[in-house]
Design a protein around this ligand. Structure first.
Ligand SMILES: [Zn+2]
Ligand SMILES: [Zn+2]
Length: 192
């Protein structure tokens, strides 16, 4: 149960961050434009470039992000001597969440890798324990407005079914008056 909750939370976070980066703002924005928004949008134009990134380039950012959680978990494990009032749910949940957040980009990279994947990775993909390749291809159909979750992809179908991203975009548009994916056309044109 803690495993399912952990993976699902990581999946949702990956979807939310990805959706945000794909949908709002401009690559010309200071700091986040170049460092955060641009890699997501470049990935739509050249999806296989991710497969040429090495381990550090692929996973560095997310690994750094999970350092505080890892420190917290280690401290908790060391101080509690495995006596958990909730049967360890919280620790297992956070552990699974940390691992899946840390390696989301690695999993995403594997979903774009068609040659030379280890058999155990293929097995995890085929069992849909991590993002399967065919599944992620749905996001890569322009205009890239669905199937944002890239950890396990478990939430993609249900979120699409309830129109989650569209409703969220509608709310944000009506409150802030901004148009989703406004920057895409302009930016793609500038690339060529
Ligand atoms: Zn995307
Ligand atoms: Zn992708």
């Amino acid at each position: 149960m803690a495993y399912i909750a952990g993976v699902t939370t990581a999946d949702f976070l990956s979807g939310f961050v990805h959706w945000f980066a794909d949908t709002w703002g401009s690559v010309d924005m200071p700091v986040i434009g170049k460092n955060f928004l641009r890699p997501f949008r470049e990935h739509h134009i050249d999806p296989t470039s991710i497969t040429r990134h090495d381990f550090v380039e692929t996973n560095g950012d997310n690994l750094c992000l999970t350092i505080p959680l890892s420190v917290f978990l280690t401290a908790k494990l060391l101080t509690q001597e495995n006596q958990f009032s909730d049967g360890g749910f919280q620790v297992y949940f956070l552990l699974v969440l940390t691992i899946f957040v840390a390696f989301t980009n690695q999993i995403h990279k594997w979903s774009h890798t068609y040659f030379g994947l280890p058999a155990w990775v293929r097995f995890l993909q085929d069992a849909h324990l991590i993002l399967p390749r065919q599944h992620h291809r749905i996001h890569h159909v322009s205009p890239h407005e669905t199937y944002y979750c890239i950890t396990a992809g478990w939430l993609n179908w249900p979120l699409e079914k309830i129109g989650f991203w569209k409703v969220l975009e509608g709310c944000i548009s009506s409150v802030f008056g901004c148009v989703p994916r406004n920057d895409d056309f302009k930016w793609i044109k500038a690339q060529y």
